[in-house]
Design a binder for this molecule. Structure first.
Ligand SMILES: [Fe+2]
Length: 214
């Protein structure tokens, strides 16, 4: 499955609104930049437990994501909410594909930035063919972590998308972060879905995944 940008209704599903105290705020990235990191960390925890946020997320899956599939899907119970601050070396996620981290090949990943992204603040991704080719090389030649990262970084490109778009990609796509060299933090949501009628291993149905309520 090639990576694909999809549109969604960002008026109806405005996830950025949960992070603002004032709805006249236009740019969520510029807005969260005004607060200390620990305040934003707490805010994320509050949002993840906010019933309205959970309802909006479930409704989003039901209306915007399920329609992309011919079969019934299950979805990651709670999405991940991540912030990548400028010049934060520790926040850098080394290049990997999710397959290396207990995710099965038949999961589908979604990455939804809450504002426009285009460079070092964005997620970096390698196209599918190159990802598969590089993974083979990495496994065959038993690369060290450092070497893996160096090799993949040559081919990774930033996800470029506007607010209102979501990236769909596979557990085989190599991806990661680099140091955010922009002036502003990036905030994004990510989650995975999978076919209801499929095998569940360590990421169980009822635990990690949930069914869409009709
Ligand atoms: Fe990942």
């Amino acid at each position: 499955m090639e990576a694909k940008y999809l549109n969604y209704n960002n008026k109806k599903f405005d996830f950025s609104s949960f992070f603002k105290n004032n709805q006249s705020v236009k740019n969520i990235s510029h807005y969260i930049a005004k607060f200390p990191k620990d305040i934003i960390k707490k805010k994320i925890k509050v949002v993840k437990e906010d019933k309205k946020f959970i309802r909006t997320y479930k409704n989003f899956i039901k209306t915007e994501i399920q329609k992309l599939f011919k079969y019934e899907i299950v979805f990651q119970k709670l999405p991940n909410i991540r912030v990548l601050y400028p010049n934060d070396i520790e926040a850098v996620v080394p290049y990997h594909c999710d397959k290396w981290y207990n995710h099965s090949n038949d999961e589908i990943n979604f990455w939804l930035p809450l504002h426009q992204v285009s460079s070092t603040e964005s997620m970096q991704i390698v196209n599918l063919n190159k990802s598969i080719e590089l993974e083979k090389k990495i496994l065959n030649e038993k690369f060290s972590y450092n070497k893996i990262n160096k090799l993949i970084s040559k081919y990774a490109k930033p996800v470029k998308c506007d607010f209102g778009k979501i990236l769909k990609f596979s557990p085989l796509h190599l991806h990661g972060n680099v140091i955010n060299r922009t002036k502003f933090p990036r905030i994004s949501i990510d989650f995975r879905v999978k076919k209801l009628n499929s095998k569940f291993r360590s990421k169980t149905l009822g635990g990690y995944f949930d069914v869409i309520k009709k």
